[in-house]
Design a protein around this ligand. Sequence first.
Ligand SMILES: CC(C)(COP(=O)(O)OP(=O)(O)OC[C@H]1O[C@@H](n2cnc3c(N)ncnc32)[C@H](O)[C@@H]1OP(=O)(O)O)[C@@H](O)C(=O)NCCC(=O)NCCS
Length: 161
Amino acid sequence: MIREAQESDLEEVFNLIHSSFSNKAESDLVKQLISDEDVLINLVVESSDTIIGNIVVSKVTMEPDTGLFCGGVAPLSVLAVHQSSGVGSQLMKEAIKKSKEMGMDALFLLGDPNYYKRFGFNASNLESDYSVEHFQELELTKDCLANLKSKVTYANAFLSL
Ligand SMILES: CC(C)(COP(=O)(O)OP(=O)(O)OC[C@H]1O[C@@H](n2cnc3c(N)ncnc32)[C@H](O)[C@@H]1OP(=O)(O)O)[C@@H](O)C(=O)NCCC(=O)NCCS
């Protein structure tokens, strides 16, 4: 079952993120995003009373401001024993759907293009602090990012990653 994360889920979610990435940087990132109130979407997949997957979308800013409402997807985590069974895809599709419902214009993420292209992400031409090849975008409003010259910046919590 896929649903919004509740306050009472958070400890389990942090442990899941820690275990999926084999280090604490990403779980500390999500803790900080939550305490900074920069989280837009926080979804979990639950199976037999255990949280087996999580995805977070947080606020992104553009400089100069474009007036667009955009989110950064990170992290996406699935418990090792449940990987490659579609849980990550389920979370990503639901996050995209929810982002559209919330009126977001675009999503950005940093990751392996081979995985994320299946959801429609492409390499982004926008400036960011990240590598050109791995920094990707998905327009939810058609052509909203075309010809933009702004720099994309993730929420402050990412500065300590
Ligand atoms: C990346 C991750 C979220 C994918 O979740 P998942 O539930 O295993 O993914 P799905 O079952 O939806 O998709 C599986 C497919 O993705 C591929 N895949 C998984 N991780 C990948 C990666 N890092 N790069 C490229 N492809 C990847 C698998 O080979 C598989 O391919 P197939 O469909 O051709 O068989 C999960 O492997 C994970 O939590 N990894 C550790 C944390 C991480 O690296 N997160 C992503 C960075 S933010």
